[in-house]
Design a binder for this molecule. Structure first.
Ligand code: ADP
Ligand code: TYD
Length: 206
């Protein structure tokens, strides 16, 4: 890979992001690329606070959660130890499980999406993904996957909420397609087949 890339994976809970981040990282590492995989919410103090709220170990208004994600994302970018910008400068291709489109979709479902986009403008100004990969899956299917693998359900994980979130993703894609590179794929196929799609798409960028 000549130039290192910033790749963001997006989609509703349970659509297969973690699985695909792992497969893509493995494929690129095999070819000798330097890969740094990361996710949001992060493991920073702000990210930990968010995760606790999601596990119902605390409570916050949806608008407060939206603002916490902005703070978490800025730290994700700017952290001097392992921030995304530092990793990019060191020549890593960075793959993140969720970035600002998650905020547009999840918080846009509870408050004006325009506010969420504006609140994240600093992040978009700092670093825009070379590609936003959206794994599309119907909420009924993702909920069935999540219910199989877990003994508790997090804050935003209901079929009804995820339906709104999916709609908001598509609203944001439509609005921002002039300035964002968005690749949408069908997540209701075997993981190994989906992985080939991404690998081919990313190869075009290098
Ligand atoms: P996310 O990170 O988007 O929440 P995961 O990758 O953790 O999604 O996948 C959620 C569940 O669905 C896991 O149990 C995983 O093994 C399963 N899964 C992932 N990809 C697929 C797929 N393409 N087809 C069927 N099940 C899948
Ligand atoms: P995650 O751990 O990626 O969950 P999953 O693997 O099931 O997709 O994300 C946790 C939750 O955080 C998920 O419900 C989406 C939510 N979220 C937001 O609400 N706003 C955001 O900006 C981000 C990045 C995530």
């Amino acid at each position: 890979m000549q130039n290192n890339l910033f790749i963001a994976f997006e989609g509703i809970d349970g659509c297969g992001k973690s699985t695909q981040v792992k497969l893509l990282a493995e494929n690129l590492i095999k070819e000798g690329h330097k890969i740094y995989s990361t996710c949001e919410p992060t493991t920073s103090p702000t990210g930990t606070l968010i995760r606790n709220i999601f596990k119902h170990q605390g409570e916050a208004d949806n608008r407060t959660i939206a603002a916490l994600f902005v703070a978490d994302r800025l730290d994700h970018l700017l952290n001097k130890t392992d921030g995304i910008i530092k990793k990019m400068e060191e020549g890593y291709t960075v793959i993140t499980d969720r970035y600002y489109f998650s905020s547009y979709a999840y918080h846009g479902a509870h408050m004006p999406q325009a506010w969420v986009i504006e609140a994240n403008a600093l992040c978009a100004g700092l670093l825009r993904p070379d590609i936003n990969i959206y794994i599309d899956l119907l909420p009924e299917i993702s909920m069935a996957r999540l219910n199989k693998g877990r003994d508790f359900i997090e804050l935003y994980e209901s079929a009804e909420n995820l339906k709104n979130v999916r709609d908001k993703y598509f609203e944001a894609f439509e609005l921002l397609k002039p300035q964002e590179n968005i690749f949408i794929t069908d997540g209701n196929r075997p993981a190994e087949i989906i992985a080939i799609d991404f690998y081919n798409e990313i190869s075009k960028l290098t």
